[in-house]
Ligand binder design. Structure first.
Ligand code: BG6
Ligand code: MG
Length: 219
């Protein structure tokens, strides 16, 4: 029995993955190398620190902890500049409708995001009020693919992982959902997210009822 939905933010509710990536590319270029499309997929879902560790590894670059922290701050400044003008209309297609329909079904609704900017972005796109619980990068110590972010949300919702569907656009997030015992729906490319139980191009392409029916049919 499905009782709750937990949504990732970046790439599921808002179209920000390309902005995170653009800011990380600026970081990489400032260090003398570049990032490519397949690295873009690998970075999705990782928190800020884990992302920079991965990027430095790709660039074969070592930094002092001061330089590391300064670059994380710099990346975030670039990211915030890029998202400063985001408003309600910048939600991905069908998201407001999907969240409203989930509320109408009396499902519990959580956010499980690695981003420390999650609350700010949710406020900008006027989505905060849909959520019964918001877990973001300010409350977690482990990056996806660790399931911690979803487990914290689940505890606060007082539900079991098996009664929750996680919606994710990243490979790391789908792995986190599966490892935590959650049901998983991929949002994006079917090939990239093939570990998920089902994949849709966007929330516009389905509805809460359809997702629940599909899981009931599977079990
Ligand atoms: C995730 C994104 O949601 O949040 C990552 O997929 C990003 O690309 C991560 O690095 C951390 O975000 P922030 O806003 O805390 O730097
Ligand atoms: Mg994401």
């Amino acid at each position: 029995m499905i009782r709750g939905f937990i949504f990732d933010l970046d790439g599921v509710l808002v179209d920000t993955p390309n902005l995170h990536f653009a800011a990380w590319r600026k970081v990489a270029r400032s260090l003398g190398f570049d990032l490519n499309e397949s690295q873009y997929e690998e970075l999705k879902g990782l928190n800020r620190e884990a992302s920079l560790i991965q990027i430095l590894d790709w660039g074969n670059t070592k930094l002092s902890s001061q330089e590391f922290n300064d670059l994380m701050v710099q990346k975030n400044e670039w990211y915030l500049e890029m998202t400063a003008t985001m408003i309600s209309d910048d939600a991905l297609p069908g998201v407001h409708e999907f969240l409203k329909a989930a509320k109408d079904l009396k499902l519990k609704i959580g956010l499980g995001s690695a981003s420390q900017n999650a609350r700010k972005i949710l406020d900008q796109v006027k989505m905060t009020n849909y959520f019964d619980v918001i877990i973001d990068g300010t409350q977690t110590t482990k990056s996806k693919p660790d399931p911690q972010v979803f487990e914290l949300g689940t505890k606060k919702l007082n539900l079991r992982p098996s009664s929750i569907v996680v919606f994710e656009d990243s490979k790391a997030g789908i792995k986190a959902a599966i490892d935590g015992g959650f049901k998983s729906v991929g949002i994006g490319d079917r090939k990239t997210l093939n570990a998920a139980s089902m994949v849709y191009k966007g929330l516009y392409a389905t509805s809460p009822l359809k997702v629940i029916e599909q899981f009931n049919f599977k079990s």
